[in-house]
Design a protein around this ligand. Structure first.
Ligand code: ADP
Ligand code: MG
Length: 474
């Protein structure tokens, strides 16, 4: 499995890159062994939720003794740093055979161990090499952004109308991916250009260090030179520059210097320039004076294409049993974030491998139960759930709503309550009201079913069937 295939397929260009890639390939293998070791000592679900699913290997910085891992969300980063960092470090040290520390980076966040220049002195790649144009799936939602990015990469700084290029969208829709793709493509085509790719947060930190913390009196001058002498400046998440006077000013002056000398700039952001908060008007005007493009939420077809590619990159065969089924399930249910889409896919595949279970829609649903609340937006109502459960047990909805405690009615009633809790966003009090019961009755029912699920295979099967029916019908 793994990201290795990505590398093989898309990046084997030139001897130097090949070397880097081969050593990275080995490192990824070590990381996979680390995962295997961790999984031996953890609960499967916990492992999938907090290790396998949110974490992915970025790089092993041998010089600094740091293992860089990407973590998918802020929440996961906090939780993992707090709870699992030591265990991860220990396992990694065992497998890598050296002493190292682990660092978690959010997508787009840069490693502070190395300077942020993409092409460093010895020619190493600092981009995330997984993000290329080749593996960016194009759909109506991102077509324009991708075209503009490609145009910029083909002739950086040459087309005034595209300078700066400003790409904005909601999270997880491919901004950082496109930004890295621009950087890689430019370096490939114009190896002599200097390309700097950095997040706004990193820029701010760099500035603070240069202005206040460094004992080196030339630090600020060096800072200015570093940013103002590049041929291409790529800044990710510019909305993060915050209200700091000094950062605003430095971005502004850097901008002006680069702009007047015809250097290409690309910015990404979660909103268009005019809506940036805490950014001075004069800088907002500049940021908006080139081409602004947005990325929208992908359609079902585009999501399917992304998942198909993902499966291919994982080395899975296209006609693998159940793959199409789980992909369409994921594409239907993960509405608006490609990062989550990909995470969901990774999770299902990882869980299937760990538990050795076949890929089915029911399995996907189960693996993703905490990511997907069915019917939350689609209008699935407790009434629908009651209907399906009643039909299955050949009783009526009135029986479910009644106070008759004989087992014929009590079990279906408890199952219906459990399904309402699991499949909708409704709170206990709301469910209680809809079943004409009090809060503690519902709570008790849900708890009981949850507990029994662990030991009662038959119950599990019934719930799988019912969930499947509800999902299909509503
Ligand atoms: P953003 O910076 O907008 O928050 P990212 O660029 O980090 O989003 O994208 C999130 C994840 O989704 C990344 O793994 C990225 O590779 C993937 N992704 C987003 N859009 C596409 C696409 N069109 N094709 C392939 N992968 C994509
Ligand atoms: Mg990003």
């Amino acid at each position: 499995m793994s990201k290795l295939t990505v590398v093989d397929k898309f990046l084997l260009r030139g001897g130097q890159e090949r070397d880097i890639i081969l050593s990275m390939k080995k490192d990824v293998e070590l990381w996979e062994k680390t995962l295997a070791l961790l999984s031996e000592n953890m609960d499967i679900r916990e492992f999938a939720t907090w290790i396998e699913h949110p974490l992915s290997f970025l790089r092993w910085n041998k010089g600094a003794g740091v293992l860089l891992l990407e973590v998918s969300t802020e929440l996961a980063k906090d939780r993992i740093s707090f709870k699992y960092a030591a265990a991860i470090e220990e396992a990694a040290q065992t497998v890598f055979g050296v002493s190292l520390s682990v660092r978690f980076l959010l997508p787009g966040e840069r490693d502070t161990v190395k300077p942020p220049v993409i092409k460093d002195d010895d020619g190493g790649i600092i981009f995330n090499p997984v993000y290329t144009f080749d593996n960016f799936i194009v759909g109506p939602n991102n077509e324009f952004a991708r075209k503009a990015a490609q145009a910029v990469a083909t002739a950086p700084g040459k087309v005034n109308a595209y300078n700066p290029l400003f790409i904005y969208s909601a999270p997880g829709l491919g901004k950082t991916h496109l930004l890295n793709a621009i950087g890689s493509a430019i370096l490939e085509k114009f190896p002599d250009l200097s390309v700097l790719c950095i997040t706004a947060v990193q820029f701010t930190e760099d500035l603070v260090n240069a202005s206040f913390k460094s004992k080196n009196t030339n630090a600020f001058k060096e800072f200015k030179e570093k940013y103002r002498s590049v041929d291409v400046l790529l800044i990710d998440d510019i909305q993060m520059i915050s209200e700091r006077e000094k950062t605003n000013e430095e971005v502004f002056h850097t901008y002006n210097t680069l702009y007047t000398s015809g250097k290409q700039m690309v910015f990404t952001s979660d909103r268009p320039p005019k809506d940036l908060l805490g950014v001075h008007d004069r800088l907002k005007d500049r940021l908006g004076e080139g081409l602004q493009v947005d990325i929208q939420v992908p359609s079902y077809e585009t999501k399917m294409a992304i998942l198909k590619q993902k499966a291919m990159l994982e080395g899975l065969s296209e006609d693998m049993e159940g793959l199409a089924e789980i992909n369409s399930f994921i594409a239907e249910n993960i509405k608006s974030n490609v990062r989550e889409l990909v995470s969901a896919f990774n999770r299902v595949i990882a869980m299937a491998k760990l538990t050795d279970r076949p890929l089915t829609k029911a399995f996907a649903r189960e693996s993703l139960s905490d990511m997907i609340k069915f019917g939350a937006a689609g209008g699935l109502s407790p009434k629908d759930i009651k209907k399906v459960v009643a039909a299955h047990y050949e009783i009526t909805v009135t029986d479910i709503d009644s106070n008759d405690r004989t087992r014929t009615f009590a079990l279906p009633r408890q199952i219906a309550m459990y399904l309402c809790k699991e499949l909708t966003d409704l709170s206990y009090p709301k469910i209680a009201a809809l079943f004409n019961k009090d809060y503690s009755t519902v709570h008790h029912a849900v708890d009981k079913i949850r507990k029994n699920l662990g030991k009662d295979e038959q119950l599990k099967e019934v719930l799988d069937i019912l969930t499947g029916k509800i999902q299909d019908e509503y």
